[in-house]
Design a protein around this ligand. Structure first.
Ligand code: ZN
Length: 224
């Protein structure tokens, strides 16, 4: 949603959901973990009223992520994606998020080695590889982050692996080939005159390869 017209966020959200988006990615920035401020739980709570039933992935670019788990849950968050770099105790935070009833995502800044997240992957629902430096929309896609995605996909064939930053029709093939299945797209969708077409292009690239699908989802079993 970062790339949307924030003065009419609800209408912008409804537009992309109607255009085929599977979920909304909400970038919460606190002006401390990243040098920018966006919105917090109160805005998400209002947006929730306009988007019943839509999956909200809350990307918490904040220091002290432990502080906001309950607020984000109350506001209608479905997944709480925190930065590995933002906490001293990922295990406790994962436990806290699961206890709240939300799914858990872990995000990695471009400078964080992928090996740092490996101890936590089994405990979370999604790993989010940042393909730009977090804090601003509209940046150029870092293709050199793709080996992180490839390594995770090899180790975890069925895990949700997300990419965030600079994704659009010109970069989706690289991300899909590496194995990503959750595509966060901002400018490429919201600045397009035909967002539904862009979403369809992104979806085709990922589904063509079956990224993140279980084996039985790929080969339908014969009827019993
Ligand atoms: Zn994000």
């Amino acid at each position: 949603m970062l790339a949307s017209d924030l003065s009419c966020m609800a209408a912008e959200a409804q537009k992309v959901v109607a255009g085929g988006a599977d979920y909304l990615h909400l970038d919460v920035m606190d002006g401390h973990f990243v040098p920018n401020i966006t919105w917090g739980a109160p805005v998400i709570k209002h947006l929730r009223k306009h988007c019943p039933g839509v999956f909200f992935d809350c990307h918490m670019m904040v220091s002290n992520p432990e502080q906001w788990v309950e607020e984000i849950k109350d506001a209608g968050g479905d997944q709480y994606t925190f930065h590995l770099e933002s906490t001293k105790d990922p295990a406790a935070l994962i436990k806290q998020i699961l206890a709240s009833g939300m799914k858990v995502g872990i995000a990695l800044r471009p400078g964080t080695p992928v090996k740092d997240v490996l101890p936590w992957v089994d405990l979370v629902d999604m790993v989010l590889i940042m393909t730009v430096e977090p804090g601003f929309g509209g940046q150029k896609f870092k293709a050199d982050m793709m080996p992180k995605v490839t390594l995770l996909r090899e180790k975890y064939p069925e895990k949700d692996i997300g990419v965030d930053g600079g994704l659009g029709p010109s970069t989706i093939e690289a991300a899909a080939d590496a194995g990503a299945n959750m595509i966060v797209a901002g400018s490429s969708v919201f600045k397009s005159p035909a967002p539904a077409q862009v979403i369809a292009t992104l979806r085709r690239a990922v589904e063509r390869l079956g990224n993140g699908k279980k084996e039985e989802e790929l080969t339908p079993l014969p009827p019993a």
